[in-house]
Design a protein. Sequence first.
Length: 274
Amino acid sequence: MIDDPSETRAPHGLAPNSHRLAFEDAAFLWRDEMRPMRLAAEFAKADLVLRDWKIRSTVVFFGSARLRPNPADCAPLPPGASRDATLPAALYEEARVFARRVAAYGEAAFETSGGAHRDYVVCTGGGPGLMEAANRGAAEAGAPTIGLNIDLPHEQAPNRWVTPGLSFRFQYFALRKMHFLLRTKALALFPGGFGTLDELFDALTLMQTGKIPKIPILMFGADYWRRVVDFDAMADAGTIDPADRDLMHWVADPQEAWEALAAHEGLERSAGAD
C-alpha cells in the first residue's frame, strides 16, 4: 500500500481531493500554507461587494455587545455574557439616533448624486448591543447598513437590522479591521470592552503615525472613557504628545456628534435632522 500524504484532513474535517479544481477544494484552501490566499480572498470579497453597492464611504460605530435597553427588543447576548448594568441604557438610544441621522443624510446624498455612489453608510461589527443600535437606526432611515461579523468560539450571529446583502463574515481580525477603516469618514466610539479598546487604539495609532488621514473619533460616554483610560496621564508621562488628545472629540449627544462630523466634512449642520 502506498502512503498518501493527502489523507491529512483540514481543520473542518474535509478530506483533500487531488482531482478537484483547486478553488473548489476546501481542504486544500484550509492548509496553513494557503493562508496568504485566504487573506487575499477575504479582503477582496468584502471590497468587491461594497463596490457593487456603490459604497464610497462609511461611518463606523464601535461599542459593547452587552448593553441592551430592553432584552425583549434586541438580539440575544453571546453565550456566557451578562448585561453590563454599569452602562446607561440611554447610550443605546444615542447610537440609534445618531446612526439614523447619518444614514438619512447619506440616503439623501445618494439620491442627489443620481445613484452614482453611497456615502456615510453606517457600518458596525454586526453583533448585538450598541452595534445593533446603530444598524437599527440606519435601517429605520431606510438606508443600507453594513455588519462586519467575525468568527468566534461562541458564534456571534448578525443582528436583524444589518442589510442581508451587506452582512459579512470574517475569519481574520486584521482584514475586518482594515475594512472598518478603509472607507470611514468618522468613528463613533461608545463604551465597550477589549474589542472596542482594540479598535480605538488601532485607529489612534494609525492616525498618530500618519498611516491614515485624521478623521473625527466621536467619543460618547465621556465619564466611562475617562475612568477606563487616562489620556491626560499618558500625556503627562510623555508617552503621547499632548496634541494627540485632540484626535478624539468628546461629544455629549447625537447633535454634538453630528456637528463635529459636519464641521470636518463641510456638511450642512442642519442636514440629516429628524
